[in-house]
Design a protein around this ligand. Sequence first.
Ligand SMILES: [Fe+2]
Length: 143
Amino acid sequence: MATIDINKEIIWDPKFETGIQRIDLEHKIFLELFNSYRIAIIQKKNQFELNKIINVIEKYAEFHFTSEEAFMAQVNYPGIENHQHLHFDLLEKLNIAKHKVDNSIEFLQFAYEWFAHHTTHEDRSISTFVNKNNIQTNYQLNI
Ligand SMILES: [Fe+2]
């Protein structure tokens, strides 16, 4: 997994692409949030300020997972139950990292890998299912 260079913008990697517009759009927001955190580190913001961004990442993750689960239910994705467990584990891992990781760059590296691993592995299965079954997904805002 790529090592984060604090001075470089964290950019979208084509390998994150699921091809499902709504999911990709929401995933891109994670990168925005990671960059906000990265910039806050460069600007030497204090821990209180950094924690505020971590809280946004956490809340956003909760929203995104709920949204992704709604999408999976909508397309009758058979792996939904397992995927819900994965989301639960991801929130738990994020919470543990928030308390345990002892420097900000380390947290950013963790968060990026946390995102990249789930996106390129587990979320990929949703798009494989959608493509295999020719499911129309351009009603992405219709929850
Ligand atoms: Fe997911």
